[in-house]
Design a protein around this ligand. Structure first.
Ligand SMILES: *Cc1c(COP(=O)(O)O)cnc(C)c1O
Length: 373
């Protein structure tokens, strides 16, 4: 049987043409017309008057957001605990300490109640406000962004929206990645669209985005020679990768439809089974359903057992993200919550969610899911 992957790249028809164009015009560097075009096309897609800097990864985008917000040694940054390490590693790059906040049960994202508790407690304990809040839209599902942006404003703490998994999702009609002072996107190979590797920083603040482009290209002063007045980074997306991104952007809406159809298929075929519980879509939320996730409710059937059983059938599934406050590397970081993300990690599994899955593939997966005890 052919292997069914969790979330493989799915290339459309125009990517190769854009890449050929980059080769034909010899723009093979982190400069060139595809980069500018990709930034403009992404900004147009997201709306809300945003500006975009195309970068080498989503992690780089968070790093630059923290630098531009002047997060430094000794500062604290609040971050969703239930996420991929790329969300919070950059907090450590700038010498700050992450403070982890647990999930709420509706979207599995940052819990506004624990967020408020964390801010108040950090102010009491350290005498200072946390310097930023990183909210993640996990698996493409919008966080409670109304409440979270209101708390960010109330305390005057800037918000970074990690929408790495959520391009194409929206909340109350507004595209994810456009909430907060900064949004970040990822075009890693497993994401809903890919540039092979890449990311973007999004903001309505033009100066912030210009600063990000400057820092991402080694912070060169305006001089005929190489002169630097501050530390820079090599974080720009290449013109070749931006060409792939332009082609992928053209099929993004189709990809969202296909991911949502995967989710619908799983729900329709497994809803009568009491073994699996799905995350629903609350009023106002529109998810790109990047990955379909299930909670396993059968006694004695746990995620690793199901994963290994499906692996034998050459079907790739994956555990949910292991919360950051449980990671050995972050064991000393403060945490606020009631253990929900840990319970989700212990009960959940990500199902194959690629956009090139056939009905036959999906049928095969569902048949095994029903059969495993
Ligand atoms: C993928 C991902 C990132 C990092 O993006 P890269 O482009 O891989 O650096 C950050 N946060 C989340 C939630 C992600 O899924």
């Amino acid at each position: 049987m052919d292997r069914i992957y969790l979330s493989p790249p799915h290339i459309g028809t125009l990517e190769r043409q854009y890449v050929n164009e980059a080769f034909d015009t010899n723009w093979i560097s982190p400069a060139g017309p595809h980069i500018t075009a990709f930034e403009q096309e992404l900004a147009a897609y997201l709306g809300e008057g945003v500006h975009v800097a195309a970068l080498s990864s989503g992690t780089a985008a968070i790093h630059l957001a923290l630098i531009i917000l002047d997060v430094k040694q000794g500062d604290e940054v609040i971050c969703s605990s239930f996420t991929f390490s790329g969300s919070c590693n950059p907090v450590v790059y700038v010498g700050a300490t992450p403070v982890f906040v647990d999930s709420e049960p509706v979207s599995w994202n940052l819990d506004p109640t624990f967020l408020r508790q964390a801010i108040n407690d950090r102010i009491t304990k350290t005498g200072r406000k946390p310097k930023a809040i990183i909210v993640v839209d996990l698996y493409g599902n919008p966080a409670k962004l109304d409440e979270i942006t209101a708390i960010s404003r109330e305390f005057g703490i800037p918000l970074i929206e990690d929408a790495a998994e959520a391009l194409g999702s929206s909340y109350k009609g507004r595209k994810l990645g456009t909430f907060g002072e900064f949004g970040i996107l990822s075009f890693n190979g497993n994401k809903i669209i890919t540039t092979s590797g890449g990311g973007a920083l999004v903001s309505t603040n033009r100066e912030f985005i210009e600063k990000a482009r400057f820092l991402a290209t080694q912070a060169r002063d305006l001089a005929p020679h190489y002169q630097h007045s501050q530390i820079g980074y090599n974080y720009r997306l290449s013109n070749v990768c931006a060409g792939i991104g332009r082609g992928q952007l053209k099929v993004l809406d189709e990809r969202v439809k296909a991911r949502r159809a995967n989710y619908e298929f799983y729900v329709k075929n497994l809803k009568n089974s009491s073994n699996f519980e799905f995350l629903s879509e609350p009023e106002g939320s529109f998810s790109n359903r990047w990955l379909t996730t299930v909670l396993i409710k059968t006694p004695g059937l746990y995620p690793e057992k199901l994963r290994l059983a499906l692996e034998k059938e050459n079907i790739e599934t994956r555990a949910l993200w292991k919360p950051m406050h449980l990671q050995p590397v972050f064991k000393d970081a403060p945490y606020y919550g009631n253990g929900l993300s840990e319970r989700l990690f212990n009960e959940g599994l990500c199902l194959p969610s690629g956009t090139a899955l056939t009905q036959e593939n999906l049928g095969r997966i569902v048949a095994y899911l029903k059969a495993v005890r």
